[in-house]
Design a protein around this ligand. Structure first.
Ligand SMILES: [Zn+2]
Length: 542
């Protein structure tokens, strides 16, 4: 295994993308997906500067158990003329508890003088003081040299001096940032090669920097070359690569980390991460796009749903004879499939894993068990064709599995019908009223609920109708609601997918509904959300 750092900045730089808005819960969920992907470092945000990010680090300490990744807090060098030890923003980095602190620093003379409005020497002192202070506090320190490539073009000696100041004060990494994203691979290679030599890094026999100091690369995609530039930098001796999942980021995005890793590992033979982790890439890329609510880009390299799909009209039997004739690599290497579904392998594995969580050990050798797995897999594939995605709706997947397992899911209630009407008010607002009829606790119940929208009204009516038989659901709360219109595909009409997040005050779960009608889809997700709440509370059917 090479010792290349895979450093993810989705939660900080990626979150700068226009229209992307992540709650703290979203960020925690994304972090655990990134950990499953096997990245080495997860940059969680800028504690102290952003209250949401401060909360992220506080909650991460108790709610995140990372198996592969180390958490990094992002921040800036101390203010000009001050001291790192008394700078409140620098202190917030220490208080975040993150083992790694990534400091953004200026390395461009023009930015020091015009943006920072301080002297070149004071900027170097800010780097030295902040890095030393954080090292003294027991933190590993990485430096993001902002606008490095432009700074190198403006004043090579000063740009390199900034890196040297960081290394001499104990920084482990200096990442060269193409902040404006205007670079091309050739010049990136030239600059990184020169900097490796100027700094005197020992790049070792296989290009990996041995020892403590390493150069990193942080690319933006403004020339469409973020991935190529990152690869060129690695080729020239960088041993730390920054990027984001799905290439999220401001303007045209950051380097897509999965593409960089897959290229290095599958094309250049540099073993960057465990191949089992890379096989999760497609699933994780899609699961994260459900959380960000940014539609997954179907033509994304490696993980896009079209990445290994074949042209209509291409003879299917020819693909069957030798699929390698039509694809540049086996899609399984990144967990993708020639078709647009969860691969058999991933599906089977997740069914077995989930069953184990439910206390049912499925033995692949057991005929009855393997028939069950087959049946669940067929159901999942069928539902996914219709627009479901269980990667992002764990609770609905668990309910589906429980329905197949003997005695897995109690019959809590039986829905008879529901109805919702929305009236415009003289005030200009609209008010919704929903009626739900169901049987629970042996009694037929009819309840009406109001809400500021139809889903809100349905949620209230459903909860009211169940509250007598199941008072336990009183503290359940609908906390997030996402809608996606899915393109017409596979010869079907466009459908609506609804994801609902429900909380019981301790934990949250996601459920899904898919239908041509948005209210029908919402209703399915609501019913699953409440049903899962009852399962979680360990309530028996009444
Ligand atoms: Zn950036």
């Amino acid at each position: 295994m090479s010792d290349l750092h895979v450093y993810d900045t989705t939660l900080r730089d990626g979150a700068q993308q226009e229209g992307l808005n992540l709650s703290v819960t979203d960020k925690l969920t994304i972090a655990s997906h990134l950990d499953d992907l096997g990245v080495g470092f997860i940059e969680g945000g800028w504690p102290g500067a952003n209250p949401k990010d401060t909360e992220f680090f506080a909650r991460a300490a108790s709610e995140l158990s990372l198996r592969n990744a180390t958490l990094a807090a992002f921040g800036a060098t101390r203010r000009a003329g001050g001291a790192a030890s008394t700078d409140p923003l620098v202190r917030a980095l220490v208080e975040s508890g993150a083992p790694v602190v990534t400091l953004v620093a200026k390395s461009h003379v023009g930015h020091v003088e015009r943006a920072l409005k301080t002297t070149l020497e004071e900027n170097l002192e800010m780097i030295r003081d902040t890095v030393s202070f954080l090292r003294g506090e027991g933190r590993r320190v990485f430096l993001d040299a902002e606008h490095f490539f432009d700074g190198y073009a403006a004043d090579r000696a000063y740009a390199i001096e900034a890196l040297r100041a960081a290394f001499e004060s104990g920084a482990e990494v200096a990442a060269l940032c193409d902040t404006n994203g205007g670079m091309l691979p050739g010049p990136v290679w030239d600059v990184v090669t020169d900097v490796v030599e100027a700094i005197g890094l020992d790049t070792g026999p296989d290009g990996g920097a041995s020892g403590e100091a390493r150069l990193g690369i942080h690319c933006h995609n403004d020339t469409g070359c973020a991935v190529a530039n990152s690869m060129a930098a690695v080729d020239a001796g960088a041993t730390h690569v920054q990027g984001t999942i799905n290439g999220y980021g401001e303007r045209t995005g950051n380097a897509n980390l999965v593409t960089v890793v897959a290229n290095l590992q599958l094309k250049e033979g540099i073993e960057v991460m465990d191949s089992h982790h890379l096989q999760e890439a497609t699933r994780i890329s899609h699961a994260i796009s459900e959380i960000t609510n940014v539609p997954a880009y179907s033509r994304q390299p490696y993980t896009g749903s079209s990445a290994f799909a074949h042209k209509a009209g291409l003879h299917a039997s020819a693909i069957k004879v030798d699929p390698d004739l039509y694809q540049h690599l086996d899609p399984k290497a990144v967990g993708n499939d020639m078709r647009m579904l969860i691969s058999d392998m991933a599906g089977r594995a997740s069914i077995e894993l989930k069953s184990r969580e439910l206390g049912v050990e499925l033995d692949p050798e057991n005929e009855e068990h393997s028939a069950l797995v087959k049946k669940v897999l067929a159901t999942v594939k069928d539902l996914e064709l219709r627009g479901y995605t269980f990667d992002a709706a764990d609770a609905s997947f668990e309910l589906l599995l429980r329905r197949e397992l003997q005695d897995g899911l109690p019959d809590f209630f039986e829905i008879e019908s529901w109805r919702v009407i929305t009236d415009s008010q003289s005030t200009g607002d609209a008010l919704s009223e929903a009626t739900v009829k169901l049987t629970a606790g042996g009694k037929r119940v009819l309840r009406t609920g109001e809400g500021n929208g139809p889903v809100n009204a349905l949620d209230h009516a459903l909860r009211l109708a169940l509250s007598t038989a199941y008072p336990e659901i009183e503290h359940l709360e609908l906390i997030d609601y996402r809608v996606r219109i899915l393109d017409a595909a596979h010869g079907t009409d466009a459908v609506t997918r609804v994801l609902i997040e429900t909380s019981d005050g301790e934990t949250t779960w996601e459920t899904i509904g898919v239908a041509a009608n948005i209210l029908q889809a919402s209703w399915q997700a609501l019913v699953d959300g409440v049903t899962y709440g009852l399962v979680r509370a360990g309530v028996p059917a009444r």
